[in-house]
Design a protein around this ligand. Structure first.
Ligand code: B12
Length: 219
């Protein structure tokens, strides 16, 4: 068996642990993957995220229900705690401040947290406002932290309109100029981002970093 085979086997076990919602096993397999020399991004993108995608499609087809989806998400988050410091250790020189949050009415945060980890790794100081964030809290955070960029996530079709509400509040507060404004989350796309007046959109954490750096002119 080659080293690559061993890593693949551990990543398969990690995938199964997340799908099964077994947090302890997820942590153990994440740890084992690093001991075998797996790169943090390999662990994230070739095991953890596909596992959650599988959970999403099982939920959609009524094979599992909300409690199972919740434990799977917790298992993923537990494993991600081991990934975070490894990505941060690869951190580049500081390039700016990024305010990030999930809109009001929406409690999904795994994708947002993943973007935060990647942004920190790229050299941003990330101010994470958390989930279920009212537009007024984005406005207050921009006033307090004077960020270079702001990221707003919405993960449900029903909470996408909150992106508009939040951008409107930022415009009304006179804060729109001078910040790079990104939107994201699974139901959002480039056309929607253009329509609601965002500067950028990215479908995943890697391209979120690339996009914000390009828009800031630090690519
Ligand atoms: C885990 C999960 C949950 C967990 C969330 C736990 C947590 N802490 O986040 C729990 C169980 C709580 C949950 C609840 C619900 N969920 Co849910 N959930 C999911 C699931 C399985 C995974 C989401 C996820 O983490 N994906 C993995 C991450 C890495 O991907 P991502 O979120 O897309 O993020 C990436 C990009 O979007 C981008 N990105 C993210 N943010 C940002 C920000 C910026 C600025 C940029 C540039 C980019 C960017 O980069 C990220 C990383 O690559 C999805 C199914 C799926 N396949 O997506 C359903 C899903 C999102 N949920 C769904 C639903 C319906 C619900 C509930 C309404 C269920 C219910 N009946 O109560 C509730 C809503 C609760 C609420 N008010 O928010 C639906 C949404 C359908 C829709 N179109 O609106 C989905 C799609 C499942 C489905 N197929 O039906 N959910």
């Amino acid at each position: 068996m080659t080293g690559t085979d061993v890593v693949d086997e551990v990543l398969d076990s990690l995938y199964d642990a997340i799908v099964a919602g077994d947090g302890d096993a997820a942590v153990a397999h994440t740890s084992a993957a690093f001991e075998c020399g797996a790169a943090p991004l390999h662990v994230l993108f070739d095991s953890m995220i596909p596992a959650l995608e599988e959970v999403g499609s099982r939920f959609e087809s009524n094979q599992i229900f909300l409690p199972e989806m919740l434990v799977a998400a917790r298992a993923m988050q537990a494993g991600m705690e081991l990934v975070r410091p490894r990505l941060a250790a690869e951190s580049a020189a500081r390039i700016g401040t990024f305010v990030m949050g999930t809109v009001a009415g929406d409690i999904h945060d795994i994708g947002k947290n993943l973007c935060n980890v990647m942004l920190e790794g790229a050299g941003f100081d990330v101010i994470d406002l958390g989930v279920n964030v009212p537009a007024a809290d984005f406005v207050a955070a921009i006033a307090e932290h004077r960020p270079d960029a702001v990221g707003i996530s919405a993960f449900l079709t029903t909470t996408m309109p909150e992106l508009v509400t939040t951008i409107d509040a930022i415009v009304t507060a006179g804060q729109r100029d001078g910040i790079v404004l990104l939107v994201g989350g699974a139901p959002v796309d480039q056309a929607y981002a253009d329509r609601i007046g965002a500067d950028g959109y990215a479908p995943n954490a890697v391209s979120a970093v690339r996009t914000v750096k390009a828009l800031m002119g630090v690519a």
